[in-house]
Ligand binder design. Structure first.
Ligand SMILES: [Zn+2]
Length: 375
């Protein structure tokens, strides 16, 4: 026994600090992986190497450490709740992996494997669904549509995952619009085959919207949507067991694929029914009052619209007012209502950039309001 061992041993105070730092790093690692949805039970811990020096600022440390955890997380697996795998970045943590607006749905992969997101009504138009107008009827209908794998990979190149089994979408249902907290939501529900041929149901919707649906009161239309999705999960779980067993058998897989699509068709019909029930109830309200007619709606919207919602259309020589619930109203300069329609936000922005839509002066808006009120 020599004294060297004791000299090398950190003091108790140091050990105490080290233990606190070690525990804090462990918690950071766990939390960061949980935020990247890579903290599944039963998996081996994900190795992440962190760097720290006295010269590193706190902000640098946090962003670097989180980036490293995120990179490690994307190695773990391509299936992350509420996200679509991006073949371009080979990640579920990149900016392309989720919709940038709550009214967008997954519209397939671009040639280089980047997920494409599209406004729900525009996507319906793109797949030649002739019911789009019903979305903007009074009262609006909830529409749902089953989309097969072929439509989603039309552009995707083989070198960017077209035939990959990493995140193989067998089919999906897109549905909308569902009104929550005054906003219109669209959702995408996919049946995905992943590694080891496991099937998963992916609901692509913001976390906030998923929680609102999950917490909705029993019997409410949101609650019925939640139950329809839960039923779908259960049905796909049953097919999953057979799917794995059927692997080499093409004929059996074809049968099971048909079953999957029958589950998706059932889900689509069920989501639309929730909308119809709402429709039936609202019709009474409509009969009681003519306030729901488009021209009355337009007048209401004009009363309450903000100054920045009024535009002069320099090409059509008309006045466009952006109203509630994504409806825009078109009037003549003399205040006659021409039509009400949906103009997507990006279209409005591009028309403003091209100076086709010009903001109206406050005095002109006041005069216009008076003219409309008098008609
Ligand atoms: Zn990406």
């Amino acid at each position: 026994m020599d004294g060297k061992e004791d000299l090398d041993k950190p003091s108790e105070a140091l050990q105490c600090e080290a233990a606190a730092a070690y525990a804090a790093l462990q918690r950071f690692h766990q939390l960061a992986l949980a935020e990247c949805a890579a903290d599944r039970d039963g998996d081996a811990p994900l190795p992440v190497t962190l760097e720290w020096s006295p010269l590193t600022t706190f902000d640098q440390f946090v962003s670097d450490a989180f980036a490293r955890c995120r990179a490690a997380a994307s190695e773990r697996g391509p299936i992350r709740e509420r996200h679509v795998y991006c073949y371009h970045c080979r990640s579920v943590c990149c900016e392309h992996a989720k919709p940038n607006s709550h009214s967008c749905v997954f519209a397939g992969y671009a040639d280089t494997g980047r997920p494409k997101w599209m406004e729900f009504c525009n996507f319906l138009l793109a797949v030649d669904d002739d019911r789009v107008d019903l979305l903007f009827a009074e009262p609006p209908a909830v529409l749902a549509r089953v989309i097969g794998r072929r439509t989603l990979i039309t552009e995707q190149l083989e070198s960017y995952g077209r035939k990959s089994i990493t995140y193989r979408i067998l089919g999906q249902v897109v549905a909308g619009y569902i009104t929550m907290r005054g906003l219109c939501f669209a959702l995408t529900i996919q049946v995905v085959e992943g590694k080891r041929h496991r099937l998963a149901v992916q609901v692509i919707m913001s976390e906030e919207a998923c929680e609102t649906i999950a917490d909705a009161a029993d019997g409410s239309s949101l609650n019925r949507i939640h139950n329809a999705i839960a039923t779908t999960r259960e049905q796909i779980r049953k097919i999953d067991n057979q799917w794995q067993a059927a692997q080499p058998n093409r004929k059996r897989k074809k049968e099971l694929t048909n079953q999957i699509f029958s589950v998706l068709n059932h889900l689509a019909a069920s989501l639309e029914r929730k909308g119809r029930q709402h429709r039936r109830r609202s019709r009474h309200a409509e009969e009681r009052s003519s306030q729901n007619r488009p021209v009355h709606k337009a007048r209401d919207d004009i009363r309450t619209a903000r100054v920045q919602d009024f535009f002069r259309d320099e090409i059509k020589r008309s006045i466009v007012v952006i109203g509630k619930n994504r409806r825009s109203h078109v009037f003549t300069e003399a205040g006659r209502h021409i039509t009400s329609l949906h103009i997507p936000t990006d279209k409005i922005e591009s028309r403003c950039r091209r100076k086709r839509y010009c903001p109206m002066a406050t005095a002109d808006i006041t005069r216009f309001r008076e003219v409309v009120a008098a008609t």
